[in-house]
Design a protein around this ligand. Sequence first.
Ligand code: C2O
Length: 535
Amino acid sequence: CRVRHYKFHVVAKSYTKLCSSKSIVTINGKFPGPTLYAREGDTVLVNVTNQVNHNVTIHWHGIRQLRTGWSDGPAYITQCPILPGKSFVYNFTITGQRGTLLWHAHVNWLRATVHGALVILPKRGVAYPFPKPDDELVVVLGEWWKSDTEAVINEALKSGLAPNVSDAHTINGHPGSIPNCSTQDAYNLPVESGKTYLLRIINAALNEELFFKIAGHKLTVVEVDATYVKPFKIDTIVIAPGQTTNVLLTADQKSGKYLVAASPFMDAPVAVDNLTATATLHYTGTLATAPTILTTPPPKNATQIANNFINSLKALNSKKYPANVPLTVDHSLFFTVGLGVNPCPSCKAANGSRVVASINNVTFVMPTTALLQAHYFNIKGVFTTDFPSKPPHVFNYTGTPPNLNTTSGTKVYRLPYNATVQLVLQDTGIIAPENHPVHLHGFNFFIIGKGIGNYNPTKDQNKFNLVDPVERNTVGVPSGGWVAIRFRADNPGVWFLHCHLEVHTTWGLKMAFLVDNGKGPNQSLTPPPKDLPKC
Ligand code: C2O
């Protein structure tokens, strides 16, 4: 194991895409940002220097941060932002994890342009539990706005309405060929006939789940969210913001060019960016003038295609990589996730109301002191520990509750060290049923059940998979349905849980777990680093 040093300079850079230019916030001038490589067991030190006129934090999405919650990154949850001109060193050790994750800014909407891949190789001398690929390629999916993304969300908050959708999706920063723009800007994935590639696919988009497929080629799924799965072959994968998927791709054609397509998945009547990002799988030796073999992306409401993928995911559960599902439950929680409408006298565009989002009818209010600091230094009045374990009244996934308004507060749910938690996440249909990719910081969890309609404890828990459920850090709560997850609270600190559609996070679909220190050795949060930004 070794120590890896990285330098992240947060700098503005001008990019031209979709036939228009704008200055964006980047890491080291790159979009997507640099790929960070490490091995399981390594310690990673990233010195982040803020050289733009915008607050910055970086989150290492999916990294467990065992006892090092100070380096987790969400603004006002574990740290205060790195102010313009200041720097902070993120310092964490990668324990018991290997695979593909992502890093991204975690303040306002900055992650639109500040994100990149985090590749954790197995320990030296440890093989993958699947045939060794000849090569590896990182594929970062994203979104591009012609306008400034901070302006997009600020405008929406003022009007009370939904923000504009993006102007294109991107594959490794390139949209492909886009209507109304004369310049073709597409990414080329170079492959050699007969070779097998490990594609590390990441969805770094702000607000959209994506389908991903390659013309004429099947994908063998081997890993999601840096956990190994039982390999299976499929045409189309679906990937939510914050999720990662590793697939093996065998270049089993002789030559040619094949379309790679990333297109939106949204099975709800809400506005999405309908454009398909395209790239080309390009066999070496193929003439540049050769025609590209096309593929049709699924329609955006192709729930069946999404489910074919999601329902195929099972933990590898081998001797070496067992699925350690908690078999008993100390805290059984039921959270409703969805949208609501609150009064907003200044919101002219929406007739005096604004769209909000909530968990158990609580719209989370961001504090001005980081929760982890308030907890560690015992600062009173920053948060309360009364986050409800169930909703205040029945939220039917189809019907309307007695009252559309939500309550608000900075509430956390407190867990003793090592408690086992079962959490059922139920989508509400208050405005419309919608798929919510919910992400938990600091833990992986097992997805033990999933269904459509309202969760029914007596019926549904008999069908839970406690043997080989897939282990993830971000789960799609199905539109008009529910998922059940389990995890062990073996990581002291304050851990954010939120919808990874950034617009829903902004609207308040978020809360935090506070996990107490244990009594044994190595069961306490480490003291804060000296350079931790002050609030
Ligand atoms: Cu990738 Cu709190 O997010």
